[in-house]
Design a protein around this ligand. Structure first.
Ligand SMILES: NC(=O)NC1=NC(=O)NC1=O
Length: 244
């Protein structure tokens, strides 16, 4: 099977890292193709960044439909464009936040999230509510690092993430930690060893859930709100969406 792992930001180094982490965890016979939008924010750290990146995610799903992809992963912790992407395909579309919440709830009764900047915490809180995991999550914490520090200042970023994870372990009465950024996809082993708790990261969780959904012969329901969009005209820069 082929999984298209979409990094919604436009930083190639992060796309490459995410793709490598996804391929490492994928089952034999699963081929991971990591992509990113042709245009959009180099990192996603706000509601505005998320809104802009969602269009790029949808463009990548439309490209995947042309390529006959079996499943999609949206590899940003805000799951940008998730429901809109599900409208465009019969394949499963798994967001890394939703995947991480499900996986954490399977191995613990309470978890905390450690994300990048504190201002993105509300996005995780909204998703906890939307997906029904509000009561599972003790606290949404932030290492207070810009997303691209994960690429450009990796050792400092790792140390700050580990410090915040240790505070979560000591203060939050939890059984697991969820890493709140696709750019942390390669850090689970180091962080788990340093903190002594199970650490769940969304890219790898999403890849395994995508394999499970396809393996069960399931895909995105086309009944109701996730049916294909009603064909209509689009104008201007979106004209190519006309008649989808
Ligand atoms: N909370 C986050 O850091 N979200 C993210 N921004 C990105 O650019 N990728 C993410 O996963």
């Amino acid at each position: 099977m082929q999984i298209r792992v979409i990094n919604p930001n436009t930083t190639l180094a992060m796309t490459t890292k995410i793709g490598a982490a996804a391929q490492r965890i994928a089952a034999p016979g699963t081929d991971v193709v990591a992509t990113q939008p042709a245009s959009g924010p180099v990192s996603i750290e706000s509601h505005f960044d998320e809104a802009i990146s969602a269009v790029g995610v949808l463009e990548e799903v439309l490209a995947g439909e042309r390529d006959g992809v079996d499943a999609y992963v949206i590899a940003c912790f805000g799951d940008p464009g998730l429901l809109a992407a599900r409208e465009l395909t019969r394949a499963p579309v798994i967001g890394i936040a939703e995947a991480a919440f499900h996986m954490a709830a399977l191995i613990s009764t309470r978890f905390s999230i450690v994300t990048t900047l504190g201002r993105t915490g509300i996005i995780a809180e909204h998703l906890l509510e939307q997906y029904g995991f509000r009561h599972h999550c003790r606290r949404v914490r932030a290492a207070e690092i810009p997303v691209l520090d994960l690429e450009e200042n990796g050792e400092m970023a790792l140390n700050r993430i580990i410090d915040e994870c240790r505070r979560a372990r000591d203060e939050d009465n939890i059984g697991a930690i969820v890493l709140g950024c696709g750019g942390m996809a390669d850090l689970t082993g180091e962080i788990s060893r340093a903190v002594g708790l199970p650490v769940i990261e969304g890219v790898t969780a999403a890849v395994k859930l995508a394999e499970a959904v396809v393996g069960l012969g399931l895909g995105t329901s086309k009944q109701g709100d996730l049916a294909f969009p009603r064909p209509k005209a689009f104008t201007g820069q979106f004209e190519h969406f006309s008649g989808l």
